[in-house]
Design a protein around this ligand. Structure first.
Ligand code: F6R
Length: 245
């Protein structure tokens, strides 16, 4: 596991941007695993800049997003599809047919999960997966618990996640309580993983991840410890728990 500590959020975004730009240049048909949330916004800006400067081309790139709230569609400003359009896809030349995001409005959600995994497997799996991290240690919406799902699944969000994510909604009551998420299998089968974390709020969970030598379902992100190609890029605030050790 490679750890890069940056001064601040902007530098974290630039470092992550450099990695993704390099991989896209080297493989124009790359399959990107993409995340939403506050963390990757700066890195998406780096990708847009590189596209505008004609450094990279997305016309043959394919993408699979990690998750989506159940019940929301792309017209809903709080849906993850809306987020992706707004923060990345509307600004680059990715072919809409190459974008895959779980469908929170699917009639048969379980059948959708199965199809999502089949499509990902048929595509050959994710070449490089971008991840943020929840304060409770979740990755995608694989929440701490007695077990973790391997395949794409419907999951109940924890109270902690609902509270943290309520900042994007008018009130906490509007936050969906369930989501579709890629399972741990889809994530861990990625050839390369880049996890980003910034800000003091992530210091405790980053400390837990980097100081305990064990894998546990109570800290889903700990499964990255056994993956052979993970880079963690954290700003000084998110790293501050370790710096104090
Ligand atoms: C989003 C996702 C989540 C977020 C995590 C951190 O697609 O899968 O796991 O990465 O909740 O969110 P932010 O970046 O808002 O702190």
């Amino acid at each position: 596991m490679k750890i890069i500590v940056t001064k601040n959020y902007d530098e974290m975004s630039k470092e992550a941007g450099k990695i993704f730009i390099d991989r896209i240049k080297n493989n124009p048909e790359i399959i990107l695993g993409l995340a939403t949330g506050s963390t990757p916004i700066g890195m998406y800006k780096e990708l847009i800049k590189a596209y505008e400067n004609k450094e990279i081309d997305f016309s043959r790139v394919r993408s699979f997003n990690l998750d989506e709230y159940v019940g929301l569609d792309e017209n809903d400003e709080t849906s993850y599809r809306y987020f992706m359009n707004d923060n990345l896809f509307n600004h680059i030349n990715i072919n809409r047919e190459n974008i895959n995001i779980p469908n929170g409005k699917a009639k048969d959600l379980n059948a959708f999960c199965k199809e999502y995994d089949e499509k990902l497997e048929k595509a050959g799996g994710i070449d490089i997966q971008l991840l943020g991290i929840g304060e409770d240690g979740h990755i995608a919406f694989n929440e701490p618990g007695d077990f973790l799902n391997v395949g794409t699944n419907i999951t109940a969000l924890t109270d902690s996640t609902i509270e943290v994510n309520s900042r994007f909604f008018n009130s906490i009551d509007e936050v969906p309580t369930t989501a579709i998420t890629l399972g741990m299998g889809g994530i861990l089968k990625s050839k390369e993983i880049v996890l980003l974390a910034n800000g003091e709020k992530k210091a405790e969970v980053i400390k837990e991840l980097l100081t305990q030598d064990k894998v546990t379902t109570s800290l889903p992100v700990s499964f990255l410890l056994v993956h052979p190609n993970v880079t963690i890029i954290v700003d000084e605030e998110a790293y501050s728990g370790i710096a104090k050790c």
